[in-house]
Ligand binder design. Structure first.
Ligand code: GLN
Length: 445
């Protein structure tokens, strides 16, 4: 009831939701009744959760922020949705996002933008902007987002909440509408580090329906919250505090680092020499993969279908009318980069860069436990400020994308404010060391 009331109260202004699940009330009642008979309760018993709208929910509209799926109702639910249900969370509905998760501001959603709860003149970030805003505004206890190049961490930073992008392969992508399958990961967005650890523990683990999930056992993340970072070896890449990063963000991150030092951690400057090529490589790879992932939206199998006179016409019209500008830009660019004659020049080259970036990170894990820097170069920008300038919008992801290409886990945790807008600290660790990230973040929180 509190969650419904809060949605009623603020969502006209925030616009985080695409679909509110009216059946949540019934579900909550059933859980309540079962409580009387049952002794054990799920770890997320009764907690209101919101889901990014690219996570499939059986019987409930799943739009991926697109006209293409405006009326699409899946016949099955994502693996993470099953896991949340098993843990007895109550699903409050589906949260707004950039169309097919392509964007950094939630402005590419077909339906409407979402606004930053701290100041509605500003964007909440993207593409999981609805998820971050709903949590920041107290509409839900926690939310799930997805991150391909920064889409959990960047909106978490802009909205002053905690957002974890787990290791690639840590959480099943079964039932996630793919953007770029070699990068996509699902993760929790929460108000505290502890909540985050709790939720990841419930959704992580190997899954038969996602062959890329790892057999790696899921540790008890809560036991990592010791508050102790004595002896923790922190690396700070100089590229993460370079020219493009705003002074207020730098100052806040430096303050955080001093605090870690006070708590007994050691800090050293390092370099990620190939990080500067990450954004270029990412847009070739992610767009190439997206051009393939989105080929299925042809007017025949799913979603939107245009009126047409023949099959070719059906494909053309459906895709012209169903996709927005940003999605089309990626499909065209991705198709071009993958085409015969250009493959070696762009896609293969980008893969080689990706390998070098991964190696930059690998080289650090022997000497350091975590890498720390800002999540984003600036605080949230104004609604409309970058919407017509894709290159500036892309550059915004400069600090999150290298991590995505390396496939390592990384979390944004609030570390300060500037002019009333939150600043995010990014904590990165080696593959499957989410527990180290939680330990680090918790000591700081
Ligand atoms: N902003 C980046 C993009 O548009 C990242 C998106 C994401 O992580 N889904 O590709």
């Amino acid at each position: 009831e509190a969650s419904f009331a809060r949605i009623q109260e603020v969502d006209d202004k925030i616009k985080a939701f695409v679909t509110v699940n009216e059946e949540a009330r019934e579900h909550a009642k059933k859980l309540d009744e079962a409580l009387d008979k049952n002794e054990t309760r799920g770890l997320l018993f009764g907690l209101p959760v919101g889901l990014k709208d690219n996570l499939m929910t059986e019987g409930m509209k799943t739009t991926s922020g697109s006209r293409m799926l405006e009326n699409f109702v899946p016949t099955y639910s994502a693996a993470v949705v099953h896991k949340l249900a098993k843990a007895e969370a109550v699903m409050m509905g589906k949260l707004n996002m950039d169309e097919f998760a392509m964007g950094s501001s939630n402005e590419t959603s077909y339906f409407h933008p979402t606004y930053n709860p701290w100041n509605t003149d500003y964007v909440p970030g993207g593409s999981s902007g609805g998820s971050a805003a709903a949590v920041a505004a107290g509409e839900v206890s926690f939310a799930l987002g997805t991150d391909t190049g920064g889409s959990i961490r960047q909106p978490a930073a802009y909205c002053g909440v905690v957002g974890m992008k787990p290791t690639y392969g840590r959480v099943s992508r079964d039932g996630l509408i793919a953007f770029a399958s070699s990068l996509d990961q699902i993760g929790p967005i929460t108000r505290t580090v502890e909540d985050n650890a709790l939720v990841l523990g419930e959704i992580a683990g190997q899954c038969q329906r996602d062959p890329m999930t790892a057999a790696e056992p899921v540790p008890d993340y809560l036991s990592a919250l010791t508050g102790d970072v004595k002896g923790l070896r922190i690396a700070v890449p100089k590229e993460f505090l370079g020219e493009g990063v705003a002074d207020d963000v730098k100052a806040s991150v430096k303050e955080a680092l001093q605090l870690f030092e006070k708590l007994g951690a050691s800090i050293e400057e390092v370099s990620l020499p190939h990080a500067e090529y990450a954004v270029s490589a990412y847009y070739v790879l992610a767009s190439g993969e997206a051009s393939a992932s989105l080929a299925r939206f042809d007017g025949v199998r799913y979603g939107y279908r245009a009126n047409a006179t023949n099959l070719q016409d059906l494909y053309d019209k459906t895709r012209s009318e169903g996709f927005g500008d940003e999605v089309k830009r990626r499909i065209l660019f991705g198709t071009f980069a993958l085409s015969t004659g250009y493959y070696d020049m762009y896609y293969k080259k980008a893969q080689q860069v990706r390998t070098l970036i991964k190696k930059d990170f690998d080289d650090l894990w022997e000497s350091y436990d975590v890498i720390i820097g800002p999540t984003t170069p600036t605080t949230a920008f104004k609604v409309g400020e970058k919407v017509d300038d894709p290159m500036t919008m892309y550059a915004n992801d400069i600090l999150t994308i290298p991590v995505s290409l390396a496939g390592v886990p990384s979390m944004s945790v609030p570390c300060g404010f500037s002019n009333g807008l939150p600043i995010g600290l990014q904590i990165i660790a080696k593959p499957f060391a989410e527990d180290t990230i939680y330990r680090t973040a918790h000591a700081f929180e």
